[in-house]
Design a protein around this ligand. Structure first.
Ligand SMILES: C[S@@+](CC[C@H](N)C(=O)[O-])C[C@H]1O[C@@H](n2cnc3c(N)ncnc32)[C@H](O)[C@@H]1O
Length: 199
């Protein structure tokens, strides 16, 4: 009981951190106790800039971990011609929305969505991953990310990879659905592990 309350409180606090003063309308289903973070979509202008910064192109396999309505994975293939993109989300409602958006976008089988937990899914085939999660979740994913091929591009929104200094940082402005705002975007490149600092 106490555990459930603490978990719900943590998710609500995380939601406040995620939404900030913008897009608060996007709060969705905070009672879904299985989720590590609630759904807040990345504005389309920010999606475009994230994929530009990651230099997504025909040779790339992109994974969006916690993929919401699928917009980043769909844009990676539709607008940036990625070879393949996979969106993973634990919330079945988000997967239904993604499949609808997938159908409308007409991007065929180069985009797929999996209704799974990101912490229980192998994403090691990717060479580009995007994350709009929380710092704590990015940190939990970091060991698996650091095991990926050197040169893998990790593009995060709003939250960093903790003490892993990004290779590039940018503030991206957007205007969407009557909301103006900006999001911090971070690009990090994975490098071979260095025994000295364990990364
Ligand atoms: C802040 S939203 C980001 C959505 C999308 N990436 C975007 O930027 O528009 C985070 C997403 O992570 C999903 N999520 C939360 N915990 C998860 C988990 N353990 N495994 C997979 N997805 C999860 C939520 O359902 C939500 O759609």
């Amino acid at each position: 009981m106490k555990r459930a309350f603490l978990r719900k409180t943590a998710i609500i606090l995380a939601a406040a951190a995620l939404a900030g003063s913008t897009l608060a309308h996007a709060w969705n289903d905070p009672d879904n106790g299985a989720l590590d973070v609630i759904y807040v979509p990345t504005p389309h202008q920010v999606v475009k800039r994230m994929l530009e910064l990651a230099k997504v192109g025909p040779g790339d396999i992109h994974y969006d971990l916690g993929s919401g309505d699928g917009r980043i994975a769909i844009a990676a293939v539709k607008d940036f011609k990625a070879k393949k993109a996979i969106g993973i989300d634990l919330d079945p409602q988000r997967i239904r929305e993604s499949l609808d958006n997938h159908k409308k976008a007409g991007v065929g089988d180069r985009v797929a969505f999996l209704n799974r937990n990101i912490f229980e899914t192998d994403f090691s085939e990717a060479n580009v991953i995007s994350l709009y999660l929380l710092s704590t979740l990015n940190l939990r994913l970091r060991p698996a990310i650091l095991d990926m091929r050197p040169g893998t591009r990790i593009i995060t929104q709003s939250f960093t990879m903790s003490d892993w200094t990004p290779d590039h940082f940018e503030v991206v402005e957007f205007e969407e659905n009557g909301h103006r705002g900006s999001r911090n975007v971070y690009l990090s490149l994975s490098r071979p592990r260095l025994p000295a600092n364990g990364r």
